[in-house]
Design a protein around this ligand. Structure first.
Ligand code: G1P
Length: 290
């Protein structure tokens, strides 16, 4: 099916922006409407044909592995009560046995270090990385599915990008672009969180990657970058010129759910799309203009 079999999901962050909720709930389990953020990322990867998932967790985040377990008592109770709709919701979210593997990132040394923690499971295969904070929404053409299809043609490394306002480029990995062909742009360079006014473009990396295994070798060198952290962007930059490297511009909706306002907006936007609750939310918004 897909040439990309495995996805790495870095989910070790403390979620300080969502305190106090994240004292006891992992931020990746915060819902957008009724599905945890992590489930959106997993479903996007499944839509791309990926069937193996590596969660890079951390101390205090065992609930993330629990989430993918079969909730036996719950299933039994729902079955006894004839709650077929709820059982279908659970079944749709359930991954088969052995699909989820977890690795602890023992120290918070950066996104690059988190990805490197998956090296023994990934092996020498190309792999996907999804940052679940970024909810990329296009049910007709999920971002990672587009990337897997592009990777089948182009090979090498791929990042998803979107244009951001010039005053926000310092918050992202930014692409130095080469030639473009439709939604595909050649990547000539990559810089992590460039100082304001120094970004080579407004094309920001938005949390979806397909990477060749050589990136693990670069990450293994442990070089520190922006913020003193081991940056995925820096390891990827080392591969430019050695392997094909492209950006795919995502044209769907993007919600930065690592940010409170982004998370609230995602809830409103996705609620409005839902036939069950959309009308009520729309009516409230109409009756309560800002
Ligand atoms: C990370 C990456 C950055 C990317 C961003 C997308 O940064 O390091 O290159 O643009 O995710 O959300 P973070 O948001 O973890 O600081």
């Amino acid at each position: 099916m897909s040439a990309i079999e495995i996805a790495v999901l870095p989910v070790g962050g403390m979620g300080t922006r969502f305190l106090p909720a994240t004292k006891s709930v992992a931020k990746e389990l915060l819902p957008v409407v009724d599905r945890p953020l992590l489930q959106y990322a997993v479903d996007e990867a499944r839509a791309a044909g990926i069937e193996q998932f590596v969660l890079i967790t951390a101390r205090g985040k065992a609930s993330l592995a629990d989430y993918f377990d079969v909730a036996g008592e719950l299933v039994q109770t729902l079955a006894e009560r004839g709650k077929t709709q709820e059982l279908e919701v659970l079944a749709a979210a359930q991954l088969p046995p052995g699909a989820v593997m977890t690795v602890r990132q023992q120290q918070p040394l950066g996104l690059g270090h988190a990805v490197w923690c998956a090296r023994n499971i990934v092996g020498r295969r190309p792999f996907a990385v999804l940052l679940p904070d970024e909810l990329l929404w296009d049910p007709a053409a999920p971002c990672l599915k587009q990337m897997v299809e592009a990777h089948a043609r182009l090979g090498g490394n791929l990042v998803a990008t979107m244009e951001v306002p010039a005053e926000e480029t310092h918050r992202y990995g930014i692409v130095s672009p080469g030639r473009s062909d439709g939604l595909i742009t050649e990547v000539r360079g990559l810089v992590e969180k460039p100082a304001p006014g120094t970004a080579p473009s407004r094309l920001a990396v938005v949390g979806r990657y397909i990477l060749e295994p050589e990136v693990m070798d670069e990450l293994g060198k442990g070089r520190r970058g922006a913020g003193g952290e081991i940056q995925l962007t820096d390891a990827m930059a080392e591969l430019i010129g050695r392997q094909p490297f492209h950006a795919l511009t995502f044209t769907g909706k993007r919600f930065d759910c690592g940010d409170k306002s982004g998370h609230v907006i995602a809830n409103v936007a996705l609620a409005l799309e839902r036939p069950d609750i959309g009308p009520a939310v729309r009516a409230w918004l109409a009756a309560n203009p800002a």
